[in-house]
Design a protein around this ligand. Sequence first.
Ligand SMILES: CC(C)(COP(=O)(O)OP(=O)(O)OC[C@H]1O[C@@H](n2cnc3c(N)ncnc32)[C@H](O)[C@@H]1OP(=O)(O)O)[C@@H](O)C(=O)NCCC(=O)NCCS
Length: 108
Amino acid sequence: MERIILRLIDGQIFSETYSECFKKYDAILELYIDPVDGEAIITSVFTHPRFRNRGYATLLMRTAILLAEERDCKWVTLTDSSDTGELYVKLGFEYINYPQPEMIKYIR
Ligand SMILES: CC(C)(COP(=O)(O)OP(=O)(O)OC[C@H]1O[C@@H](n2cnc3c(N)ncnc32)[C@H](O)[C@@H]1OP(=O)(O)O)[C@@H](O)C(=O)NCCC(=O)NCCS
């Protein structure tokens, strides 16, 4: 599946595929904050294969959790779409409805 990121800057649209992003970034995390429900949602975590197992995903995850805390979120959710659960469990996430892949980390 091809993933494309669109950006609108001063009326001009810029599009970038994920692989193009990786020419600039070593790892990417997408975080959505829902201030009404006090929920933070991590929709993707990806480390370029060349940079894996160096703690980059962990660093981005910890930063995302801090940003969610700063914005008074009650929890952070994610879907463990590729059996990466162990990585998230180490960061304090738990399965909501195992064996469904939805995971949560309570902040407050
Ligand atoms: C999963 C992924 C983001 C991990 O990135 P990374 O930068 O290599 O992760 P880290 O270096 O921070 O690894 C942290 C820990 O998780 C473990 N880990 C890494 N990838 C893992 C995997 N696929 N399954 C289980 N554990 C994994 C590491 O062994 C490490 O453990 P340690 O702290 O005991 O040494 C990366 O493998 C990736 O981009 N995979 C493809 C996309 C993907 O599957 N994204 C997740 C969708 S939910």
